[in-house]
Design a protein around this ligand. Structure first.
Ligand code: 5GP
Length: 130
């Protein structure tokens, strides 16, 4: 069965899309640690980061860097942090999280956002990727 992220990538489940290239896809995390929290996901469905082949790993990191720079430009924050966890969704994903303090890196603190806020921040990040 396809992962929830494969369903998002295929358009079967809606998301607030940020970017896409041949190999990777980025969208806002639905339960964000901070406003602008984004997930970068390889289209190839692999569970664990370290099981990605080296080329796919490098492409994911290059893609994540590009998206991370756009988040840093669009979202006021101290810096953008990067985490790979995968305990909830067994499909590799890089968390890009605007950090204001260590609280945002803990996955304990969550931000409530309206659909309008998600749309707005996604548009602001996308504008820096053009
Ligand atoms: P992890 O697997 O790294 O522990 O966490 C998975 C992340 O995916 C969580 O931050 C969670 O909020 C996010 N997530 C889970 N399901 C969905 C979904 O259907 N849509 C979006 N946009 N994010 C999701």
């Amino acid at each position: 069965m396809p992962s929830i992220f494969t369903k998002i990538i295929n358009g079967d489940i809606p998301c607030y899309k940020i970017a896409e290239d041949e190999d990777n896809f980025a969208f806002l995390d639905i339960n964000p640690n901070a406003k602008g929290h984004t997930l970068c996901v390889p289209k190839k469905e692999v569970d664990r980061l370290m099981d990605l082949d080296e080329a796919s790993y490098m492409k994911l990191m290059t893609f994540s860097r590009k998206v991370g720079k756009a988040i840093e430009a669009a979202v006021p924050c101290n810096r953008v942090g990067m985490s790979v966890i995968g305990l909830e969704v067994p499909h590799v994903h890089v968390h890009l999280i605007p950090l204001h303090s260590m609280k945002n890196a803990t996955f304990q603190h969550k931000e409530k956002m309206s659909p309008e806020e998600f749309e707005k921040i996604a548009g602001q990040i996308r504008a820096y990727l053009k």
